[in-house]
Design a protein around this ligand. Structure first.
Ligand SMILES: NC(=O)C1=CN([C@@H]2O[C@H](COP(=O)(O)OP(=O)(O)OC[C@H]3O[C@@H](n4cnc5c(N)ncnc54)[C@H](OP(=O)(O)O)[C@@H]3O)[C@@H](O)[C@H]2O)C=CC1
Ligand SMILES: CC(C)(CO)C(=O)C(=O)O
Length: 346
């Protein structure tokens, strides 16, 4: 019988949460995995499917089912059982509200791994859920380069077999003790073959996070506003001056981040030409993708803009750097979302 310290909870049962949960239960002798449902209807639906999750590699691939998940409905009669290992795969903007109902079960004994786009979620958690640094969980951050979507509840489609993920422990003052605490979850994720995870030290993870953010700052708002696939953003020469202005602001913010100054990272990696080549490479690799922000907008859901271009704006303001182009795109995305949401209500 595995000890509670070797059990994993998953919060956010969409595309990435389903994929990660399925990958963990595909391991030989997998640890227990508990799916946390935030709505009674969701809980009932999973229960009626016998707590099984399915994954297909591409639309036409065979369905691989995994079972024996535990389920918990968050809400009225809350459990007080401690949570030792938590994977968070809600959208960045839902992080604080999703953790609110389970915060009494989380603390210094917990490791939380966020698999999300965007930056700033951990600052929000520290400020609003875990203000006391001495009792805070250990944070890990996962950067996904897999493309996953849901065909139906509990059935995820992995777009291709060449995706990967980077994973690391987020910097803290007591890094050594945090490292040993996070080892169990880290090891499970690294062993899950379909996740294809690499482990990075904090400086490298931070660098990859900033690169991914630069890509998301250009691709996501433009694909969402213009309602086009990723490839179009590279092909349309009318957009190139806009790419340059966005990347100029982003590069200046990145190169002046105080947290970068103490890390062994070459600041030239964040020059405009260097960021441009990272963005072009991703546009090429994901040309056929419909970005997550475009999809959120089409479905009338809140986007992650506040944690993408919004993060650049917040940090730019702090550092006295003009970020008008990022501000303009942020406002356009918020405005278009508002129109979409109002349309839905009509
Ligand atoms: N999908 C992909 O290919 C990739 C995704 N990412 C990132 O991964 C993260 C997760 O994305 P993805 O899985 O696609 O998103 P989804 O929208 O598919 O899943 C998010 C899930 O979180 C649930 N949720 C919302 N609010 C709460 C709450 N308060 N408590 C518990 N659960 C909640 C949603 O439920 P409900 O629907 O009921 O609101 C939904 O099931 C995002 O940051 C995304 O940008 C990164 C790379 C690739
Ligand atoms: C890399 C990219 C832009 C792929 O579509 C992505 O992360 C997203 O859609 O959010």
């Amino acid at each position: 019988m595995p000890s509670p310290t070797q059990s994993i909870h998953i919060l956010g049962l969409g595309s990435i949460g389903t994929f990660v949960a399925h990958s963990i239960r595909s391991l030989p002798s997998p640890p227990p995995v508990t799916l946390l449902a935030h709505r009674p209807a969701l809980y009932q639906e999973f229960a009626s499917r016998g707590w099984k999750l399915g994954l297909r590699l591409t639309e036409d691939g065979p369905l691989q089912e995994r079972g024996d998940f535990n389920g918990e409905l968050l809400g009225k009669t809350p459990s007080t059982n401690p949570i030792h290992n938590l994977i968070v795969a809600v959208k960045a903007s839902a992080t604080v509200s999703a953790l609110e109902p389970i915060k009494h079960r989380l603390g210094r004994h917990s490791t939380i791994c966020l698999f999300q786009n965007g930056m700033g979620q951990i600052d929000d958690l520290n400020e609003r859920i875990f203000p006391d640094a001495s009792t805070r969980p250990t944070y890990m951050f996962g950067i996904m380069r897999h493309g996953v979507y849901l065909r139906s509840l509990a059935e995820a489609i992995l777009a291709g077999a060449n995706g990967s993920a980077s994973l690391g422990i987020v910097d803290s003052n007591d890094q050594e003790s945090r490292r040993s605490q996070a080892e169990f979850l880290m090891d499970v994720l690294l062993r899950a073959p379909s996740l294809n995870c690499e482990r990075l030290q904090w400086a490298d993870l931070f660098k990859v996070q900033l690169f991914k953010l630069a890509v998301n700052c250009v691709l996501n708002p433009l694909t969402a506003i213009l309602d086009v696939r990723n490839g179009c953003i590279g092909e349309n020469s009318n957009l190139w001056p806009l790419h340059d202005r966005l990347l100029q602001e982003i590069s200046t913010v990145f190169q002046n981040l105080p947290e970068l100054q103490s890390l062994p990272i070459d600041r030239n990696l964040f020059s405009v030409p260097s960021l441009k080549s990272v963005v072009s490479d991703m546009v090429e690799k994901t040309a056929q993708n419909s970005s997550s922000m475009r999809e959120d907008m089409r479905k009338g859901r809140a986007t992650e803009i506040e944690y993408i271009n919004g993060w650049i704006l917040r940090r730019g303001k702090e550092l006295g750097i003009n970020c008008d182009t990022n501000a303009c795109l942020t406002q356009l995305v918020l405005a278009k979302s508002q129109i979409g949401m109002n349309d839905g209500a009509r």
